[in-house]
Design a protein around this ligand. Structure first.
Ligand SMILES: [Zn+2]
Length: 286
């Protein structure tokens, strides 16, 4: 397969790239005058490092926004990776589920008669055995200076315990990963309560955000998506939600769809009709 079909590189601002990886993940590449930064490594079925090195030869800092496999699968391609220590357990858990994830994805693609998102000569055992060479753990706030470019990471527990969100002071883009988007998963056992999550995203409002880019969508969200998430969480109830079964681990969750027209003083964002909240029943307070 042509690498153009596997990785689609878009320059969104000066020295700022999004690398879309086949399967639906965005990797972010930021260039300073002295260093470059890659946020997330995707599934890692293909070599993202080659793509990065075509764009820059600056020394590279690699950060995982959180421990899920669609953000850490390509870690083995890089020498060292920054991760919040609260997500090490999540990372390790997903490492163990790698084989199961491949099997579940394969079943889904077969059913939909869709092409696989890995190469024809893909070796599942080899993929499952690939490991992160070295982790460096981040505190709740971590500031990186790439040279005339400050990138500030802050912990926003919810989607995972150690979920980090990055504010790029240069472009004023907030790279929210899976913490803020029109779709939110607060699902797994390592998650926290929905009300705690609401408080945690509140602190993102202090940043002078131009727009927000999440981990899997190409929508440029305005800052008010944070208010929309908070309104969605307040409006949710188990009675208004439907049961959602996770295709891989069969965990039961609830899906609450909230029409953005219900949100007071809310100007519609792009094509976003609904906010989608997937949450574990145990996290529901009603
Ligand atoms: Zn995730």
């Amino acid at each position: 397969m042509d690498t153009k079909e596997i990785f689609k590189v878009t320059q969104i601002e000066k020295n700022t790239y999004r690398i879309w990886e086949l399967g639906g993940n965005y990797l972010t590449l930021l260039l300073g005058t002295e260093k470059a930064m890659l946020i997330d490594t995707g599934f890692g079925f293909y070599n993202s490092r080659e793509i990065v090195e075509r764009i820059t030869d600056l020394p590279l800092i690699v950060v995982n926004s959180h421990g899920h496999l669609d953000h850490t699968g390509g870690n083995y391609l890089y020498d060292e990776i920054y991760l919040h220590h609260d997500d090490l357990e999540t990372y390790s858990h997903y490492q163990k589920e790698k084989g199961l994830m491949i099997d579940t994805m394969k079943q889904r693609f077969d059913k939909l008669k869709k092409d696989y998102v890995w190469p024809e000569d893909f070796d599942k055992d080899e993929y499952v055995s690939q490991k992160t060479k070295k982790f460096i753990f981040m505190e709740d706030t971590k500031i990186f200076d790439l040279g005339n470019r400050i990138v500030e990471f802050t912990k926003v527990p919810g989607h995972t315990l150690g979920q980090m969100v990055a504010f790029d002071h240069k472009t004023q883009i907030l790279f929210s990963s899976d913490a803020v988007a029109s779709n939110l998963w607060i699902y797994y056992d390592e998650g926290i309560s929905l009300l705690d999550y609401c408080k945690n995203i509140e602190k993102l409002k202090k940043y002078p955000v131009k727009y927000i880019l999440s981990g899997h969508l190409d929508t440029k969200f305005p800052k008010r998506i944070i208010d929309a998430l908070q309104a969605t969480i307040k409006a949710r109830s188990a009675a208004k939600s439907r049961v959602f079964i996770h295709p891989r681990n069969k965990h039961k969750a609830l899906l609450f769809k909230y029409n953005t027209e219900n949100i007071k003083n809310f100007e519609k964002i792009d094509h976003i009709q609904h906010m989608n909240l997937i949450y574990a029943p145990s996290l529901s307070t009603d």
